[in-house]
Design a protein around this ligand. Structure first.
Ligand code: ZN
Length: 291
């Protein structure tokens, strides 16, 4: 079963909705970063949410970054997505281990208190930036609060990641539902009643529901129309040249020290952990380019 995003409208475009299956995406992230169970869930939820947010952008070159900056032991999350359903991301402390809370992975405890920041680069002079206070650190609640308060688009976000016994990803996915300013009261009431009565995203995932079936529950009785579907995946566009910028940021003095020590170095891409080797000759070349 492949990963994809579904885009839909309901009630004559008074509602727009997105749903995703992101099992392979989240499992790929887990393998790249060797994440602990709670980190897999936290990063997986944010990757799934950002993939759907990316699909809302208009131009193929638009890029969106969401940072979760909390005081919990995971030390923060960063995810970047594009308009084509591609995302990449990392947790600052991917190995964090926490006891479960109420029988569930304690994502909120791992994230802690802090802020959620959204930066959208849409090719304009100044990128758009919005920031809101984390509500629960469970990611879905925090994105709901962000949409409603920063973008002023009342929304409901549900995200879930289920793990197998050996801590690989069994399934991942979620939905985002947004209402337009002109929504009729009875439509809004029906939507709210649906959201109050549906099972959790994790429950839907456990039942192997497709993104279409998830939206079918959320938008039950609201004349849902599927607009299109889009592939989605974990994808990192790093290269030796791009990672070089991270070396340059270390500083000339430190690079010179590495050259003097005649030790080749290895640098990992933040977003996908791919290791790049730099020989002493490479380091000399980098130094020369700085002069
Ligand atoms: Zn990378």
């Amino acid at each position: 079963m492949k990963d994809y995003i579904v885009r839909a409208t309901a009630a004559n475009a008074q509602i727009r909705a997105f749903a995703i299956r992101s099992t392979h995406m989240v499992e790929t992230a887990r393998q790249h970063h060797n994440t602990s169970p709670v980190a897999t869930a936290a990063l997986g939820r944010l990757l799934s949410g950002v993939a759907m947010m990316g699909s809302m952008m208009k131009n193929p070159t638009d890029v969106l970054t969401v940072q979760v900056k909390g005081d919990g032991p995971i030390g923060g999350l960063t995810v970047t997505g594009d308009a084509g359903g591609r995302v990449k991301g990392y947790a600052n402390n991917p190995m964090v281990l926490l006891p479960p809370k109420n029988g569930k992975l304690d994502v909120g405890g791992a994230v802690g208190n802090g802020f959620l920041q959204v930066i959208k680069d849409m090719g304009l002079k100044e990128p758009y930036a919005g920031q809101t206070v984390l509500q629960t650190g469970e990611i879905g609640d925090d994105l709901t609060f962000y949409f409603t308060n920063s973008e002023q688009v009342p929304s409901a976000v549900g995200l879930g990641v289920l793990l197998n016994k050996e801590n690989t990803v069994k399934c991942a996915g979620g939905f985002i539902v947004q209402v337009m300013p002109f929504i009729e009261t009875q439509v809004l009431e029906k939507l709210e009643a649906n959201i109050a009565s549906i099972q959790s995203v994790t429950g839907m995932l456990r039942n192997d529901e497709t993104p279409e079936e998830m939206l079918g529950q959320v938008l039950d009785g609201l004349n849902m129309k599927i607009i299109d579907t889009m592939d989605t995946c974990f994808y990192c566009n790093c290269s030796k040249e791009r990672v070089e910028k991270a070396i340059i940021s270390i500083g000339k003095k430190e690079i010179q020290e590495m050259i003097d020590e005649q030790e080749p170095i290895e640098v990992n891409c933040h977003f996908c952990s791919t290791a790049y080797q730099y020989s002493v000759e490479d380091l000399r070349w980098i130094m020369d380019s700085l002069k």
